[in-house]
Design a protein around this ligand. Structure first.
Ligand code: SF4
Length: 347
């Protein structure tokens, strides 16, 4: 390790001037003046930010905080309301865990997030990353937070060429060794901001980087190659069919997806299983009707596969039995993105 990297002051001085404004963040000046972050807001933002960009999260965060401003309020929310508010943010297991965690914080900790990494880890949906982020950002405890931005910065300042994901333990050890005892919360956010704004994947702005002097990759000229990654396997493609049935009174045939599994607990259109494209296009109409195929198809990418959906529509008599949602209660924004795409095509 280069001596200069111990001087985390370089980074903190940069952060004092360049910290990104975030609705869940207490700026460095306010923090120095004694303003403490709201652990509920920090936790909410960190759960939302996993796999999602800051730009997308801002709106969702604002809506959640306006509707459920405290962990007590969220703990008392209806599951369906939270799932509907989360719709479009993806990775829906996070929303289910959000509720479970809020309820556990209220039931087991009197509505206060514990200021302790190990206790945080016992809460639903809080893994090592979120526990470290809440510990450091909300409670100013010296825990290293290793997100994609921090991985990149660590790989570069130490010129580490081991590909991800094998490099993770080494990068974590480096990040931990660098984490200072003074202002660890600001420091954690400073490294993330450095990765997001200066040490970017393709065009690192080394000339204005507070760590340019000690950075090994800048000296070696290898920054843009790092971090190395094992090439990803191509995602398989699956296909299926969804059925958008509408009664003549405007009500839509809809279902709540099973709790377990993809899009669990979310609203969705009835449909077939999603199967490998080498198999025949599956059909599973929810009821007998004059189903017609719509031109075009829905394409959507999940973490582990691409999905192509055939969309079928039918006009149904007003007395058709089944799980219908009245036109006045139907909000497309309550649907997860893939189901909203099907609606867009049908319309
Ligand atoms: S000097 Fe360049 S490569 Fe090194 S940390 Fe700064 S921006 Fe990243």
């Amino acid at each position: 390790m280069r001596e200069e990297l111990q001087q985390t002051d370089l980074l903190l001085e940069w952060y004092d001037i360049h910290a990104r404004e975030m609705p869940w963040r207490v700026p460095p000046q306010a923090r120095k003046a004694g303003v403490a972050p709201d652990p509920y807001a920090v936790w909410m933002s960190e759960v939302m930010l996993q796999q999602t960009t800051v730009v997308t999260v801002r709106d969702y965060f604002a809506r959640f905080m306006a509707r459920w401003p405290t962990v007590h309020a969220l703990a008392e929310a209806q599951d369906a309301d939270v799932m509907a508010e989360w719709a479009g943010l993806g990775y829906y297991a996070r929303a289910r865990n959000l509720l479970k965690c809020a309820r556990a914080v209220v039931a087991e900790h009197g509505g206060n997030f514990p200021a302790n990494y190990d206790l945080l880890r016992t809460l639903p949906g809080i893994g090592p990353y979120t526990a470290a982020a809440v510990s450091s950002i909300a409670f100013d405890l010296p825990h290293a937070v290793l997100d994609g931005n921090v991985e990149r910065v660590m790989a570069r300042i130490y010129d580490i060429h081991t590909p991800l994901p094998a490099a993770k333990p080494v990068l974590m050890a480096k990040a931990e060794a660098l984490t200072p005892d003074t202002r660890p919360g600001d420091y954690a956010q400073a490294v993330m901001d450095l990765g997001a704004t200066i040490c970017t994947p393709r065009n690192p702005a080394c000339g204005i980087c507070p760590w340019r002097d000690p950075c090994s990759a800048r000296i070696a000229g290898t920054a843009v190659e790092l971090p190395k990654k094992v090439p990803k396997k191509a995602k398989p493609v699956r296909h299926g069919t969804v059925y958008l049935g509408r009664r003549t009174d405007g009500a839509w045939l809809i279902e709540t997806r099973p709790e377990k599994g993809l899009l669990g607990g979310m609203l969705g259109w009835p449909g077939s299983d999603w199967v490998d494209t080498s198999l025949p296009l599956p059909e599973a109409p929810p009821l007998i009707a004059d189903w017609r195929a719509i031109q075009g198809e829905v394409r959507h990418t999940f973490t582990h596969f691409h999905l192509i959906l055939q969309v079928m529509i039918a006009d149904l008599p007003p007395d058709t039995p089944g799980n219908f949602i009245a036109a006045k209660d139907f909000q497309p924004s309550d649907l997860p993105t893939v189901m909203r795409k099907a609606l867009d095509i049908a319309r």
